[in-house]
Design a protein. Structure first.
Length: 116
């Protein structure tokens, strides 16, 4: 049973930083693509960043240059370092894992609130 557990969310002032973590278990995550998505209040869930099993990274235009995704294979953990946070970054942040067979797995989400 694949499980993803996010942590690190919270309340921060605009311009501040947070680091989200996603701890994965129940799968061979070295071969999984991992990503972060977010859902602002009243809006659809949207892509934020992805890191492939081989280390390739992709970012949404709105976070490029401010957010950094990384992974620690030994710890089965993916991180999202968020700097220069803006109020519009306020959302529930979800971790996603995609297996080699293209099955999707989601975490329960962690709330990030950026005050102006």
């Amino acid at each position: 049973q694949v499980q993803l557990v996010e942590s690190g969310g919270g309340l921060v002032q605009a311009g501040g930083s947070l680091r989200l973590s996603c701890a994965a278990s129940g799968g061979t995550f070295s071969f999984y693509d991992m990503g972060w998505y977010r859902q602002p209040p009243g809006k659809e869930r949207a892509f934020v960043a992805q890191i492939t099993w081989s280390g390739g990274v992709t970012y949404a235009a709105s976070v490029k240059g401010r957010f950094t995704i990384s992974r620690d294979a030994a710890k089965n953990t993916v991180y999202l370092q968020m700097d220069s946070l803006k109020p519009e970054d306020t959302a529930i942040y979800y971790c996603k894992a995609v297996s080699r067979a293209r099955y999707n797995y989601w975490g329960q989400g962690t709330q990030v609130t950026v005050s102006s």
